[in-house]
Design a protein around this ligand. Structure first.
Ligand SMILES: CC(C)(COP(=O)(O)OP(=O)(O)OC[C@H]1O[C@@H](n2cnc3c(N)ncnc32)[C@H](O)[C@@H]1OP(=O)(O)O)[C@@H](O)C(=O)NCCC(=O)NCCS
Length: 142
């Protein structure tokens, strides 16, 4: 399963936005604003593919010289629970290390905190609501 960096505005980027819409936003009755998508020009965009098909995605946003934030982690419905999320996370962590970051944080949906815990992430604060659902901030020293 090849993992690729995606260029903002490319055909793969459009696939990525569509996947995120279907898996992360539509079920909550939400969408993306144009402003949100424009800002992603500065992010590291990652996709897992099988031929032309995108199986999963995530992105990294710089917080400061040491810290990067993982966002928009999603695996295609029907393919979840088969190890794709783990492979995406390992790729994102290696990339973050290679770029000199030593801490990875995220706002994890409470429903999937167990997934990140399996990969060594720890909850660092109280539960909060974002995009209408409960989240925790989680982090790992890389
Ligand atoms: C959360 C998500 C990215 C995980 O990816 P995935 O490909 O399904 O996960 P994997 O198959 O790689 O799972 C790795 C491990 O985590 C476990 N795991 C997966 N989802 C879990 C969950 N919701 N709660 C607890 N553990 C979970 C798996 O059982 C597996 O454990 P194992 O190695 O002991 O077998 C994916 O299920 C998804 O896209 N969910 C819907 C969108 C979402 O909630 N995204 C996250 C926003 S913060």
């Amino acid at each position: 399963m090849p993992l690729k960096l995606i260029d903002h505005g490319s055909k793969e980027y459009k696939q990525m936005v569509e996947m995120r819409m279907q898996i992360l936003r539509k079920p909550l009755g939400l969408s993306f604003t144009n402003e949100e998508l424009v800002k992603e020009k500065d992010d590291v965009l990652i996709g897992a593919f099988e031929e032309e098909d995108m199986l999963g995605c995530c992105m990294l946003t710089k917080i400061d010289a040491e810290t990067v934030r993982l966002r928009q982690m999603a695996v295609k419905t029907g393919l979840q629970g088969k190890g794709i999320g783990r492979v995406l996370m390992q790729f994102a962590e290696n990339l973050a290390r290679d770029r000199g970051y030593n801490r990875l944080i995220m706002h994890a949906r409470k429903s999937v905190a167990g997934f990140y815990e399996k990969l060594g992430y720890k909850i660092t604060g109280d539960e909060f609501v974002e995009v209408t659902i409960e989240h925790y901030t989680m982090e790992k020293i890389l």
